[in-house]
Design a protein around this ligand. Structure first.
Ligand SMILES: O=C(O)CCC(=O)C(=O)O
Length: 265
């Protein structure tokens, strides 16, 4: 993690890292999604939770099968993201070595008729989603690598958050979470295709409706936890039929001791 990434992630609770995937890797990931469009199912609307500014006709598109289990070559772009050296370096720093895949990968596909997701996260004492600083080092709970397969430009919608709210002490008003009131603190996050948005689930965040009529939003989210804990139900085993040692390691069950760490530690 560069000093700039470390500073911004600590300050804001998220950071955008550009050019992690090459244009060829982005194209291969999009081709894998398009080859499996029959597995992209529209979620029943409801994530807007009644917020007038987020309601729309349909729910977001999600994979009904784990893309890590697609046949070759279609699984390969997602398997590369799972243990990508860039995110391994970042999560070793913020989650600690021996971090694990908590859940995902999950697709978020949106068109201009897709509802948003009310702001959520943070604001409570939660020992699975947190941000702290102790002994000269940042310590985080559940964090996300959201890979961008399409461009997200200013005004497009998509991922939005209240920067710095992972450390805030007061709960924003419900009106703000519903986007009925604008206190000037909600930011739509701009991120080009090929970038990865790293964010802390303790951050107040959600989804704005997607505006472009001529472009989809497509993001793949992998959620990781420190090695000792699990936010979701722990995996019974790695679902990949021919896992590499790194893939096996990232699927270890949650425990404090005896972990195999990824990357250089
Ligand atoms: O990327 C998004 O649109 C929001 C994702 C989200 O809310 C979450 O993963 O908790």
């Amino acid at each position: 993690m560069t000093p700039k990434e470390l500073f911004l992630f600590d300050l804001w609770g998220y950071v955008v890292i550009e050019d992690v995937l090459t244009p060829e890797e982005v194209a291969a990931a999009n081709a894998a999604v398009e080859h499996h469009l029959d597995l992209v199912q529209k979620r029943k609307p409801g994530l807007s939770q009644g917020a007038d500014n987020l309601i729309a006709a349909t729910g977001r598109g999600e994979f009904s099968q784990n893309p890590l289990t697609f046949e070759r070559p279609w699984c390969e772009p997602f398997r590369r993201m799972l243990v990508h050296e860039r995110i391994v370096g970042i999560f070793n720093e913020i989650l600690g070595t021996g971090f694990r895949l908590d859940h995902g990968p999950g697709l978020i596909q949106m068109d201009d008729e897709t509802e948003g997701h009310r702001l959520h996260g943070g604001m409570t004492f939660d020992l699975s989603q947190y941000h702290g600083f102790d002994h000269g080092k940042m310590h985080c709970g559940l964090c996300v690598a959201a890979w961008q397969l399409t461009d997200v430009e200013p005004g497009d919608g998509g991922f939005a958050c209240i920067p710095g709210s992972h450390k805030s002490n007061y709960r924003p008003a419900l009106d703000v979470l519903m986007l009925d009131a604008d206190w000037g603190c909600v930011e739509q996050v701009v991120a080009p295709a090929g970038s990865v948005v790293i964010f802390n689930e303790a951050l107040v965040h959600g989804t704005l409706p997607w505006q472009p009529a001529d472009r989809l939003r497509r993001s793949i989210l992998f959620k990781y936890s420190p090695g000792f804990m699990s936010w979701g139900s722990p995996h019974e085993k790695c679902p990949i039929a021919d896992p590499t040692p790194e893939e096996e390691a990232i699927y270890q069950s949650p425990r404090r001791t005896g972990r195999t760490a990824l990357g250089e530690v």
